[in-house]
Design a protein around this ligand. Structure first.
Ligand SMILES: *Cc1c(COP(=O)(O)O)cnc(C)c1O
Length: 418
């Protein structure tokens, strides 16, 4: 399936779908996140369709971008959701998500969060310890409910990605070691308010090579065979998220449909429902951060482009040294390029969006698009330096709307007491 690029130049002006980005900046202000609804839907459908008639659930990992409009769009398209907190469950329900399509992941669920999820009747819990199994069993007993659970297994494969977003090795805090799983399932059989119906894993994020994911799949299928042989009726396998996206023009990401087709070929005929929890691969490429150039400045040998967006708006470059392409909204090739550090107004040396980057020779007042910012962008933003968070905008065809208002100074002091 051909994936339409959501951000394209027309007559040297950058568009989101059929909307020129300068018109959004004029009315919504900057900095501002802009999302393409058709890009999100296209990627969701690529997952969904590639599964074909294999029983499956595509559970969007809410933590990648939890704007209500993103959640509502995916809920209407039939997606499920992977949550990691009570707050995310609240947002999914508020957006019209079906509780029976929600899986609850995370290594530190509180009793309040488990109770909330049980009351709402979510599909299942991905459990990360024996203590968590006991807690869910006890709370389910109190509510007279039966909780469906999957153990999150650590398949001990190397995701070959950034150490901060790699999760599938034995030394990581996530999951239960493969060697311990069978014993824990055997003991947990006696917990009367649990239904041990699944196994899950998630080995890391931003994988540009799908082989480790497929290696994890093979290990999980062998585990399921062993569990079933012991009489534990495993019905679903949740493979987690992790598929990467190209942040640089030189990078190539696996296609969603090829990846899922390879999974389907290994799983079909096994009487197993396959679940995946994609976050980044659904929304990263569907979003940009729109920002205006405030100043240009030269300091010694270094050239700086100073934007109105900063590390509090998009922390990935500072946190992971992540690369985001930066494009001028108005392209004028006669101006040439410049090699510069692209920085924001925050008082930290670590406040940069790009370093030693060759980019269009943009001048004060010009707009730029910081690309591939739809995942782990706004959700990781903060009010550092008492900067109100920017707006979020959703585009559909030639229409667009603000889906989160720019914060005001009043928002900055809400809940505080002098
Ligand atoms: C973060 C996370 C995901 C989503 O990962 P992506 O790399 O964004 O696809 C899925 N499942 C779990 C358990 C996670 O922690």
């Amino acid at each position: 399936m051909r994936m339409e690029a959501p951000f394209n130049y027309r007559d040297n002006l950058l568009y989101a779908e059929d909307v020129a980005l300068d018109s959004i900046a004029r009315r919504a202000g900057t900095p501002c996140y802009v999302y393409s609804s058709n890009a999100i839907l296209g990627r969701y459908r690529a997952y969904d369709r590639a599964f074909g008639d294999l029983p499956h659930k595509v559970c969007y990992a809410v933590k990648a971008n939890s704007n209500l409009a993103v959640l509502a769009l995916l809920a209407r398209a039939g997606a499920g959701f992977d949550i990691v907190s009570g707050g995310e469950l609240h947002k999914v329900l508020r957006a019209g998500g079906n509780p029976d399509d929600v899986v609850f992941s995370g290594v530190g669920k509180t009793a309040e969060e488990v109770e909330f999820a049980l009351e709402k009747g979510i599909h299942s819990f991905n459990c990360e310890s024996e203590a968590e199994l006991s807690l869910i069993d006890a709370l389910a007993a109190r509510l007279g409910a039966k909780a469906k659970v999957a153990l999150r297994v650590n398949p001990d494969v190397d995701a070959e990605t950034h150490p901060y977003i790699s999760t599938g090795l034995r030394e990581h805090k996530f999951g239960i070691a493969m060697n311990d799983v069978e014993e824990i399932y055997s003991r947990a059989r006696w917990l009367q308010h649990l239904e041990l119906e699944g196994v899950s894993c998630h080995i890391g994020s931003q994988l540009l090579n799908p082989e480790p994911l497929l290696a994890a799949l093979d290990r999980m299928l062998e585990l399921i065979d062993r569990l079933r042989a012991k009489g534990i009726a495993i019905r679903h396998l949740d493979l987690g998220g992790g598929l990467g996206v190209p942040y640089r023009p030189s990078e190539q990401a696996p296609s969603i449909s090829d990846y899922i087709t390879r999974i389907r070929n290994r799983v079909s005929g096994r009487n197993l429902t396959l679940m995946v929890e994609p976050g980044r691969s659904l929304v990263a490429e569907a979003g940009i951060l729109l920002s205006r150039v405030l100043y240009r400045k030269r300091s010694g040998e270094k050239e700086f482009v100073i934007l109105d967006a900063a590390m509090n708006d998009l922390i990935r470059p500072s946190l992971y040294r992540a690369h985001h392409e930066i494009l001028p909204v108005k392209r004028d090739e006669s101006r040439g390029t410049v090699v510069a550090d692209v920085v924001g107004p925050v008082c930290e040396t670590g406040d940069f969006l790009a370093r030693d980057r060759e980019l269009a020779n943009v001048l004060p007042g010009d707009l730029v698009a910081i690309c591939t910012a739809g995942a782990y962008g706004f959700v990781l933003s903060s009010n550092y330096n008492a900067r109100p968070r920017g707006a979020e905008v959703m585009v559909a065809g030639n229409g667009w709307r603000v889906v989160r208002q720019r914060e005001s100074f009043d928002d900055l002091v809400r809940g505080e007491m002098a």
